[in-house]
Design a protein around this ligand. Sequence first.
Ligand SMILES: [Zn+2]
Length: 438
Amino acid sequence: MLLFSNVKKLYDGTSADASAVHHGVDLHVDEARGAILELRPHDPALRLGDAHTRVDGSDLVITPGLIDCHGHVTVLGLRDDDIARSNADENLLYVEKVLYRTLVSGGVTTLRDVGGATHKMKRLVDEGVLIGPRLAISIGMLSTTGGHADFRGPDRCHATLSKLWPPGPGRPSNIVDGPWDCRKRVREIAACGADLIKVCASPGVASPSDHLEHRDFTSAELRAICDEAGARGLKVAAHAHSRSGIELAIECGVSDLQHISFLDARLAEMAHKAGCTVTPTSWVMDELTRADGLTPFVMEKVKRVVESHRRAVEFAYRGGLEILAGGDAVIRGMHGRNYLELVHLTRDGLSPLSAWYGATGLAARHIGRPDVGTIAPGQRADLLICAGDVVADPEIFAARGSSAILEVFKDGVGYRGTIPGTPHRTFAMTVDSVLDAP
Ligand SMILES: [Zn+2]
């Protein structure tokens, strides 16, 4: 048993209210089961058996491990050479590095990958072969011919293959046209082990030939996708920048609206009535302005979304929409700094606790993992152990980076080995567990 004793401050992930913040508490962890045992007021007289490890928590701030609701672990960057590397045979070796950094540096213990990650990657994490956050996966990112996931560009030099995630084992093509084709592809993706369906309801920023203001799918196609996903118990998350794309997504039954660059008050009200969540991906909007290797056509689109994005987040927040934290780490240098989404959500007007809730308990509920995201008895023991008060002030992450986090626990095991006496796991230990006799 592991006891964090007299913890200075603990955010439990159950809401965005002050009631979710505790001071001077004892947190008991059953590391053998990887679960939270108890959270209760500090008891200075508590006597522990020999099997217990006590960690003095009087200087520590503890939160649930982060849940990133918009990841792409297969994407190393947006430049042509990055995409070529992402699609090479050795891609899984790169994915291993991304996953490791996302957990150990980024503090992400659960990641919803909304395009690229396959069931094989998810399984290898679950088996302990890869060190990384547990995954929820959409496998593909459905778009029309010429839509956001069609990265062939105006010269079409890659013939029938998309440069972005060409179809391969465990990952059917992202490009789909016509309602029956849409239905068949959803069935295929579901059969490949997807946890959700991702669709591009509008054109995108990084895609080489589509224009932001246009629409992508027809209503009949998007309805077919949502209907077929719903029949298999899968929610649909939609990439949606333009007003027409956002409106279409809401009308057709999408659950989560992502990016939302041109959302206005009317659409926020519509989304609220329909019970949609939003994942604004605020951090990547800032990173895109500094990305190199993008074409002038793409940079022009970047300029336009950045101008309206902050206002869109304000509309969503004031309109009472539930806001999920998703980093969209697709540019060089972003993987492993996922905590910066908290910083950018608060810069866009969310209260610090609203941002934290969107990265913990609220996110867990909406991605179908109610066993994570909160610190309560029986929950998975996913924890961030921090020294400064990142709960009140996420800007600490911007100032101090990954060193604002002392330790990342996933399932009761630390991955940095910085707190003496607590269980931890290193890369070398995964090698041993794969190669040595059990
Ligand atoms: Zn994305």
